[in-house]
Design a protein around this ligand. Structure first.
Ligand SMILES: Cc1cc2nc3c(=O)[nH]c(=O)nc-3n(C[C@H](O)[C@H](O)[C@H](O)COP(=O)(O)OP(=O)(O)OC[C@H]3O[C@@H](n4cnc5c(N)ncnc54)[C@H](O)[C@@H]3O)c2cc1C
Length: 476
């Protein structure tokens, strides 16, 4: 079937590379065209502040990367990938100078969760125990027929609920705040349906697979994907922006690691008017404002337990985090933004000169916002780590437009490939999902199921569909 067939991938983000690998494994001749001078999209590392300080441009922590059914099937370790697991997946400090840690081990977590331990376990344990069954089901189109219907029906009943409703299971304000931080990864207001699903999924991954970082930075994951692709004969051509698909001939299938808005521009002549209208209706999610720091020393946390995790969530209570996220959803930057912070050099010193450190922090903002959130982000860090500003050697700021300039998929700073509300989770980006109205053109970015995050499963499923249609002769 594949002999002599040629595939083109537009975009070398994790989904583009995953799709390229699936097609190359099937024997197709695969070429990847990437606009930027290095592959990886939002999975790249670079010296953004000072020489010798290696920062992650986009993603930094990879629960869905290490837990991805597809990535786990690849020999990425042979191509230099090493996952570094901090002792605890997540720390969440409070105003009284204490913190709660989300432990990988559910039993060890009981000590932190105190009276909420049993409720936390009841919500997460069934899926933690069966991660190998659960992950392939949750990381694919929602409307696909499940292989484990009881497991998924049970999850689905909870998943439709809001974070506010699920937090009602917990009696302690501290546990409610912890859950709010997890649910805020949804970019939804915490009283919206589905926001609870993200909180649960993030908690489940913490216990099932951990929240690791790649040694050497996120680029190590991209390099491993590219390295393995090259053993299959696939090639990645960087500094090769595609402006029109029409100009590209000789390919049997074209998979686009692009959001709908970009696809519309590149393939305007190939798509039907009806399909174009549907793609135009796809809505973006909020953006982010991000800061990278070169630091003199580790962060001076009031709660020293925060030094046991790479990831720290800053937002002291459920209400504070809920207010931050609902402000963003209604188009206003938050006064006290919920801040996600990563301190990788505590666990991987290779990324900074001896004794020095890096940190990565961002908050959510309305899509395309140009408001300078730096003072508000630093006020939040100082609140939990007083004296932080004194240890900053250099900082680099990305507002939403700066992010888009370095990765055209991050439209208005949207890092999730489009809003993940109920409609766009079911029909992502349209009812056709990975297919388009043009027979040989597919979309494989995080604007397709299962959505944002580094797991490669959008690319995997898109490539599988392309292969099955190719074998039936459809794309020709
Ligand atoms: C600041 C930030 C923090 C994040 N944190 C995390 C995290 O910690 N963990 C996590 O799992 N996820 C995180 N994410 C989200 C995650 O990185 C994305 O969901 C993921 O990278 C999406 O992969 P993708 O392949 O769909 O798109 P991208 O990674 O955006 O890749 C798309 C690629 O296509 C290229 N491209 C675009 N247009 C063209 C064109 N016309 N021609 C050729 N090439 C083109 C781009 O240059 C880019 O390389 C974060 C993202 C950002 C930006």
């Amino acid at each position: 079937m594949a002999h002599g067939r040629k595939a083109l991938l537009v975009g070398a983000g994790p989904n583009g590379l995953a799709a390229a690998i699936v097609l190359a494994q099937a024997g197709l001749h695969v070429e990847v065209f990437e606009a930027e001078s290095s592959p990886g999209g939002a999975v790249r590392s670079m010296e953004l502040t000072l020489p010798g300080f290696l920062h992650d441009f986009g993603s930094a922590v990879y629960p869905l990367g290490v837990g991805s059914p597809f990535f786990s099937s690849l020999p990425l370790e042979k191509h230099g990938l090493e996952w570094v697991h901090p002792p605890a997946p997540l720390a969440h400090p409070y105003d009284d100078g204490s913190a709660i840690l989300l432990e990988r081990d559910l039993e060890a977590g009981n000590a932190w969760l105190a009276q909420d331990g049993p409720a936390w376990r009841a919500l997460t344990q069934p899926y933690v125990r069966r991660w190998q069954d659960f992950a392939p089901e949750v990381l694919r189109p929602v409307l696909a027929v499940p292989k484990h219907p009881w497991l998924m029906a049970r999850f689905g009943m909870k998943a439709l609920r809001s974070a506010t409703s699920i937090a009602g299971h917990f009696s302690s304000e501290r546990t409610r705040a912890l859950f709010a931080g997890l649910a805020a990864h949804s970019f939804l207001a915490l009283d919206e349906p589905l926001s609870g699903a993200f909180g649960l999924l993030m908690a489940i991954t913490a216990h099932a697979v951990g929240w690791p970082i790649p040694r050497g930075g996120s680029q190590a994951l991209t390099n491993a994907l590219c390295g393995y692709l090259s053993t299959l004969g696939g090639t990645v051509k960087t500094s090769s922006r595609v402006d029109s698909i029409e100009s590209l001939s000789g390919y049997d299938v074209i998979l686009c690691d692009l959001p709908p808005r970009q696809l519309l521009r590149l393939a305007a002549r190939q798509l039907t008017d009806g399909h174009k209208r549907k793609l135009q209706d796809f809505r973006l999610g909020p953006g982010v404002f991000k800061v990278d720091y070169a630091l003199q020393s580790p962060l001076p946390w009031r709660a020293s337990d925060c030094l046991r995790s790479a990831t720290v969530h800053l937002g002291a209570s459920f209400e504070e985090i809920a207010q931050s996220e609902s402000a963003v959803r209604s188009g206003k930057p938050a006064d006290k933004p919920f801040v996600l912070l990563v301190q990788p050099t505590l666990f991987d010193p290779s990324r900074a000169p001896a004794g020095k450190h890096i940190a990565w922090a961002y908050c959510h903002v309305p899509n395309g916002s140009t408001v300078d959130m730096l003072p508000r982000i630093e006020a939040q860090i100082e609140r939990f780590a007083p004296g932080f500003r004194e240890i900053v050697l250099a900082r680099h700021v990305f507002n939403s437009a700066d992010l888009e300039q370095r990765d055209a998929n991050l439209i208005g700073g949207d890092i999730g490939g489009g809003l993940m509300d109920l409609r766009q989770v079911l029909f992502r980006p349209t009812r056709r999902q990975y297919a388009t109205s043009a027979k040989k053109i597919y979309i494989c970015s995080s604007s397709t199921p299962p959505g944002g995050g580094v797991h490669g499963m959008c690319g995997y499923h898109a490539a599988k569909l392309a292969l099955s249609q190719l074998s039936r002769g459809t794309p020709r």
